[in-house]
Write a protein that binds this ligand. Sequence first.
Ligand SMILES: NC(=O)c1ccc[n+]([C@@H]2O[C@H](COP(=O)([O-])OP(=O)(O)OC[C@H]3O[C@@H](n4cnc5c(N)ncnc54)[C@H](O)[C@@H]3O)[C@@H](O)[C@H]2O)c1
Length: 281
Amino acid sequence: MRNLKNKVAVITGGASGLGLAMAKRFGREGMRIVLADIELERLNAAVADLENLGVAAIGVSCDVSRAEDVENLAHRTLEHFGSVNVVCNNAGVAPSGLIWEHSTKDWEWAFGPNVWGVIHGIRVFTPILLNQKEEGHIVNTASVAGLMSFNGMGLYCTTKHAVVTMTECLHHDLTSVAEHVNCSVLCPAYVPTGIADSERNRPEHLQDKRTKSASEMEMEKNLKKAVESGKITAEQVADHVLTAIQEKHFYILTHSKIKPAIEIRFQDILLERSPVDTSKH
Ligand SMILES: NC(=O)c1ccc[n+]([C@@H]2O[C@H](COP(=O)([O-])OP(=O)(O)OC[C@H]3O[C@@H](n4cnc5c(N)ncnc54)[C@H](O)[C@@H]3O)[C@@H](O)[C@H]2O)c1
């Protein structure tokens, strides 16, 4: 999609981090923006931020794990802007801890935005994009955690592997029916954002009152440190996403230094050996 001027982008998890950076980058190309999020104060501030930059934008309160919220998001987008061209299913949360120590509420919580959010985004928006004459593009935010597996990140990795295969299947399905709608999967490594503080948005009914184990607290601390140490900024990730939309790139790997570790994981599979701990390489 070469010319983005006046095109409409819907970005979930758009109130902060990668989503907001994408919104600002797309806005600089003249796109009109719909931000969707559950963190309403930040959502309103983000919309005001975009408007101050001269970008036409609206914010929609939306919990992407709820089918009806995503359906309403599409409705509000079409009602306000009349069309939609780019959909970024980006909202996500990042719990950490030993995989067997997560409660069922932890699993339900993370699967909500990370997996169901992408399912609803694909289910609701793909038919709309296919039925339009204009070009469309869907960008699903996964992670390198969707291409590899890490100690202490089992729940997160499970959700992100789901997003990678969902988007690969979406690509095959789209290719079989149309040429004007494309998709990409975004797989960054660490980027300093609010992701290590995801509990801030955990819905009341999925709160877990149990006391966290020592290992869980240690792993949360490690994740926070790792995210803060990320050398690639959200703005740089947004540049990659823009290029992928313009040039129809499917895989968006923003951190090239991690590619050898990804290769080791695929060699593990092909050589049928036990998974190598690439964090020690
Ligand atoms: N920052 C990183 O290091 C990194 C690396 C790889 C992938 N990612 C992925 O990038 C995406 C964006 O995260 P970020 O790093 O910008 O973190 P962030 O916490 O700054 O932004 C995530 C946004 O998602 C929103 N959100 C959470 N649950 C939601 C729900 N149910 N419905 C709607 N919105 C919801 C939050 O309110 C927040 O605004 C996530 O999918 C994350 O897994 C991040």
